[in-house]
Design a protein around this ligand. Structure first.
Ligand SMILES: NC(=O)C1=CN([C@@H]2O[C@H](COP(=O)(O)OP(=O)(O)OC[C@H]3O[C@@H](n4cnc5c(N)ncnc54)[C@H](O)[C@@H]3O)[C@@H](O)[C@H]2O)[C@@H](O)CC1
Ligand SMILES: [K+]
Length: 542
C-alpha cells in the first residue's frame, strides 16, 4: 500500500542511502533528472520525436540541481534548451553545483524569462522539498513570463513539468507559501494569490521514491494535476498490511488499489466486507441509529439504509415516539423502536447484540443529544458520532472527550472540527491536516475522520491515513445533502461485526463512499449511494 512520506522521512531515506554507500547524492540526482525526463516522455509521447524547445527554471538548491540534469538530458535529445537560474548559479553548492558544471549551455537570469520563442515545455525546478520561506515573487513572475510567451501564438500550448513538486507547494502540508503582497488591498492580494496558484500549477509533477503528503493534501492535487513517482533506487519501506492499522508515525494512502497493482480487492476492502461462511445476521452486527424528531428523520434513514447495505445483519432506527409514524411509512428492512429519552436508550442498549451505534445525523443540537451521546458512549459499542452529536459539545468539548472510548469514530467536516478543536483548526505554516487530525484523535481518545476532498483518518495511537478524491478518483458530485449521513452509516455498518479496528473501518468507508459516487456518476443524490453499493461490491468481485 502506498505510503505518503513527510519531507523529513524522505530526507532520512536519502541520507540512509548515502550513509550505507548504496548511492551517492550525485547518483540520486542524476536518476531523479533522468527519471523525470523519461516519465515526461511516457506521459506525452508526442514529444518523443522531434526537437522541441524547453525552458528550464533552476532554483538555488538541489531541486535546481535536478533541473540542470533535465536540461542536459533534453539537450542530448536535440532539444533547444534555455536555462534560467534564480540567484547566482556560481553560489550553488554540493551536488547541484556539480550538475551545473556538467551543463555546457548558457545560464541566464530569471529576468530574461519573457524573451524568446514559444517553448513546448516549461520545467519548474525552482524549489522542491527545501522551500522554507514564502516563494519569491520573482519565481512567480518568471513562470508567468514563460507561459505568456505562448499567449496569442498558434500551436500547442506550453506544457509544464514540475520537478518533485510545483514550486511553492509545501510538501508536508499541501499549502502554498506565497510571498506577502506588499501594499495591496486585501481583495487585490486574494486575486493575486489566486492567479499565482494558477501560474504555478503544473500539467505533470514527477516526484521521487514515494509521494509526499503535500502532493495529496489541500492545494497539492490541484497544483500537481498529474503525479508520477519515479524510482531512484532508495530502499522501499515495508508495506503495511491494509487490514491492520498503519504503524505510528507513518501515513498511508487509502485506496492505493486504484493507483497501484499491489493490492488485491480480495484482501482490502473485500476482507472487511465479505460475510464468513455460515454467518447469521447477528454475527454481522446490529446497528442502532438514533434519529431526530418529526420531519427530521431523513438523515438517520440514510445512515440506517447504508449500514444495512454495507453488510450489517440488522439495523434499527430509534426515534421519538411522535416520529414513529413518519419513519414507519418509510422503512421496511430497517427496524423501528421508540426512543423517548436517554433512559429509553439505556434500556434498549441492555441488548448486548446491538454492536454499532450512529448518533448525530438529524439529531438536533442540545441537551437531549448530549444525554443520548453520554448513554451511548457508556455502553461502549462501536460508535460513530457525526454532525449534531459533535456540535452539541461545541461549548464544552472536554465533556465529550472524557466519555469517548477507543471504539469511537468522530466524523467532523472542517466546520465541526473547528468547533471541537478550535486551536487545532488554526494551523500554523508547518502544521498539516494530518498533524491536526492526529492531535485531535490523541486529545479525543478516539479515531477522527476529518472529512474533505482530502479526508484524513487518525487514531489516538498516532496512526494516520489519507484518502483523496483526486488524481483520477475525483467525485465532485459527492458534495450533496446527506452524503455525510451515508458515510456515518458505512462506518457503523463496517464496525458492527466487531472484526475491524475503527481506523480500518473508517478508511474503508472513506474509500467506498467515493467509489460509490464515482460508480454512480453525475446526478448523484445521497439516496443513490447505498443503492449503488451492490454494483461496487460486484466490481470488487465479492
Ligand atoms: N538530496 C538528495 O539526495 C536528492 C534531492 N533531490 C532534489 O532536491 C530537492 C530538495 O533540495 P533542497 O533541500 O536543496 O531544497 P530546494 O532545492 O527545494 O530549495 C532549497 C534551497 O532554497 C533556499 N530557499 C528556501 N526557501 C527559499 C525562498 N523562499 N527564497 C529563496 N531561497 C529559498 C534554501 O536555502 C536552499 O538553498 C528535492 O525536492 C529534489 O528535487 C533529488 O535530486 C533526489 C536526490
Ligand atoms: K519544483
Amino acid at each position: 500500500m502506498t505510503e505518503l512520506l513527510s519531507v523529513a522521512q524522505m530526507r532520512a531515506a536519502e541520507a540512509e542511502a548515502m550513509r550505507s554507500g548504496a548511492a551517492t547524492g550525485l547518483q540520486l540526482m542524476e536518476r531523479a533528472g533522468r527519471g523525470a525526463v523519461a516519465a515526461m516522455l511516457e506521459e506525452w509521447p508526442d514529444l518523443v520525436a522531434g526537437r522541441w524547445r524547453a525552458v528550464v527554471l533552476c532554483g538555488p538548491g538541489n531541486n535546481g540541481g535536478d533541473g540542470y540534469v533535465v536540461a542536459r538530458r533534453l539537450a542530448d535529445r536535440g532539444w533547444a534548451v534555455e536555462v534560467l537560474a534564480l540567484g547566482d548559479p556560481a553560489r550553488l553548492g554540493g551536488d547541484a553545483a556539480k550538475m551545473r558544471a556538467l551543463w555546457t549551455g548558457p545560464v541566464a537570469g530569471l529576468d530574461e524569462a519573457g524573451a524568446g520563442p514559444r517553448p513546448g515545455l516549461l520545467v519548474d525546478a525552482l524549489f522542491g522539498t527545501g522551500l522554507t520561506r514564502p516563494l519569491p515573487w520573482e519565481a512567480i513572475t518568471a513562470m508567468r513570463a514563460v507561459r505568456d510567451r505562448a499567449a496569442g501564438q498558434p500551436g500547442e500550448r506550453c506544457r509544464v513539468l514540475a520537478i518533485d513538486c510545483p514550486s511553492g507547494l509545501n510538501c508536508d502540508t499541501g499549502r502554498v507559501d506565497l510571498p506577502p503582497s506588499g501594499d495591496d488591498a486585501p481583495e487585490d492580494a486574494e486575486a493575486r494569490s489566486h492567479s499565482a496558484i494558477g501560474i504555478l500549477s503544473a500539467d505533470l509533477t514527477v516526484t521521487f521514491h514515494a509521494p509526499k503528503r503535500g502532493h495529496y493534501l489541500e492545494a497539492g492535487p490541484g497544483l500537481c494535476q498529474r503525479l508520477r513517482v519515479v524510482d531512484i533506487g532508495l530502499e522501499p519501506s515495508e508495506a503495511p498490511s491494509p487490514v491492520e492499522p498503519p504503524a505510528s508515525g507513518r501515513v498511508r494512502l487509502v485506496g492505493a488499489r486504484s493507483c497501484a497493482a499491489d493490492l488485491s480487492g480480495d484482501l482490502w476492502p473485500g476482507q472487511l466486507l465479505r460475510p464468513g461462511a455460515g454467518d447469521h445476521k447477528y454475527r454481522r452486527g446490529h446497528v442502532l441509529v438514533v434519529s431526530g424528531g418529526v420531519g427530521r428523520g431523513g438523515a438517520a434513514r440514510l445512515a440506517a439504509r447504508t449500514a444495512l447495505r454495507i453488510g450489517a445483519g440488522l439495523v434499527t432506527i430509534g426515534c421519538p415516539p411522535a416520529a414513529l409514524q413518519e419513519n414507519a411509512a418509510r422503512l421496511d428492512a430497517v427496524m423501528l423502536r421508540p426512543l423517548r429519552d436517554a433512559a429509553a436508550l439505556e434500556a434498549l442498549l441492555s441488548d448486548p447484540r446491538i454492536s454499532g451505534l450512529v448518533l448525530g445525523p438529524g439529531a438536533g443540537v442540545g441537551a437531549r443529544t448530549r444525554e443520548m451521546v453520554g448513554v451511548a458512549l457508556a455502553a461502549r459499542r462501536g460508535t460513530v458520532l457525526d454532525a449534531d452529536a459533535l456540535t452539541s459539545f461545541a461549548e464544552a468539548p472536554e465533556e465529550l472527550f472524557a466519555q469517548l472510548h477507543p471504539g469511537c469514530v468522530l466524523t467532523p467536516h472542517d466546520g465541526e472540527f473547528a468547533r471541537l478543536f478550535p486551536d487545532l483548526a488554526r494551523r500554523d505554516r508547518q502544521t498539516s491536516r494530518v498533524d491536526a487530525a492526529l492531535a485531535a484523535a490523541a486529545r479525543a481518545g478516539a479515531v477522527v475522520l476529518l472529512k474533505g476532498v482530502d479526508t484524513v483518518i487518525a487514531s489516538p495511537e498516532g496512526r494516520a491515513a489519507v484518502h483523496v478524491a483526486a488524481y483520477g478518483r475525483s467525485a465532485p458530485w459527492l458534495g450533496t445533502a446527506g452524503a455525510g449521513d451515508v458515510l456515518s452509516g458505512m462506518i457503523a455498518g463496517l464496525l458492527a461485526p466487531g472484526a475491524s479496528a475503527p481506523q480500518v473501518a473508517a478508511e474503508a468507508a472513506a474509500w467506498l463512499h467515493v467509489e460509490a459516487a464515482r460508480r454512480f456518476g453525475p446526478g448523484l443524490i445521497a439516496e443513490d449511494l447505498p443503492e449503488i453499493l451492490p454494483a461496487v461490491f460486484r466490481d470488487l468481485g465479492l
